[in-house]
Design a protein around this ligand. Structure first.
Ligand code: MEV
Length: 309
């Protein structure tokens, strides 16, 4: 507890460098935590309550309230009033719901006198994510909870997937650009599930290849081979496009980032008809400045590796 009797928890947003969608089917993915995210603050109150941001529509408010009630129950937290502050764009594939889940779970666990990390944190955050997304793979909240570059693999059946931090020799920096609001993740995942159920072997071949790229990318990160990582990202974008998860808007953003000199560029997250794209750069700032002048919504983030002094 802090001296003034209030608690604070931060949940970072995430980008998937390699392996979205295939991760739902049990193949590995590589994801990194962003410096942007959600901060939750909790104070004593008569009963547990989450102050829902006014900007949310009615459906999103109700989902958030249900998710919070589930997390409060599963963390045995005393009555708290929580408020949220976010620096993360919402509904574009940058893991804002997982960031909310991790931020709230940290505050609830601290107030309950529990460990706000490791297994308890993953368990409570997963309760909230399940309310938002149905049956998410778990990559988003695991990445947000670990707060670094992670290799994640879903476990078959229930329970937490396996997540391990991937150490990087070199700074891994990305430019993140928002291409626009997208269809809900649930819809994109369900449409892909229908296609793969109809042609299971064909789709399994593509998922398997994406999983291999994720592992090759994780190895490239460990070896400081940014060109190898970028090439895996380019191939992964092609495969996501083959799976019907890209759009002309996303493809155009990806090509623009490559023209800007990205070592690799791809859509990130669920994709569909909007969302976000990432480009891997040794130094993304000049491209961020140029693209902002052209009206892009973009920013840079370091996902891993040594920080410059
Ligand atoms: C969403 O950030 C990533 C997806 O792979 C869905 C999931 O993992 O549950 C599209």
């Amino acid at each position: 507890a802090r001296k003034d009797g209030s608690w604070v928890g931060f949940g970072p947003g995430k980008v998937i460098l390699l392996g979205e969608h295939a991760v739902v089917y049990g193949y590995p993915a590589l994801a990194g935590a962003l410096s942007l995210g959600v901060t939750a603050r909790g104070e004593w109150a008569a009963r547990p309550k989450l102050v829902v941001p006014a900007s949310l529509n009615r459906t999103a408010r109700a989902a958030l309230e249900r998710a919070f009630a589930r997390a409060a129950r599963s963390s045995h937290a005393p009555p708290l009033r929580l408020t949220l502050e976010s620096t993360l764009p919402v509904a574009v594939g940058l893991g804002s719901s997982a960031a909310v889940a991790v931020a709230c779970a940290k505050v609830l666990l601290q107030a309950a006198g529990d460990r706000a990390q490791g297994k308890p944190l993953l368990r409570v955050a997963r309760e909230m994510e399940a309310e938002f997304h149905g049956t998410p793979s778990g990559v988003d909240h695991c990445c947000s909870a670990l707060g670094t570059l992670v290799r994640f693999q879903r476990r078959t059946g229930a329970g937490e997937g396996r997540a391990r931090a991937v150490p990087s020799r070199k700074p891994v920096k990305v430019l993140v650009a928002v291409a626009g609001l997208r269809t809900p993740t649930r819809t994109t995942v369900a449409a892909l599930r229908e296609r793969q159920a109809r042609w299971p072997e064909r789709y399994a071949r593509v998922f398997k290849e994406i999983g291999k790229l994720a592992d090759e990318g994780a190895r490239a990160v460990e070896e400081g081979d940014l060109e190898g990582l970028g090439d895996a990202m380019n191939l992964n974008h092609g495969l996501l496009s083959a799976l019907g998860l890209s759009s002309s808007a996303l493809d155009e953003c990806v090509y623009s980032l490559r023209r800007e000199g990205a070592l690799g560029a791809k859509l990130t997250g669920a994709g569909g008809d909007g969302g976000a794209v990432i480009g891997l750069f040794r130094e993304p700032e000049p491209a961020v400045a140029r693209l902002r002048r052209q009206g892009w919504t973009c920013f840079s983030s370091q996902l891993g590796g040594p920080l410059a002094l």
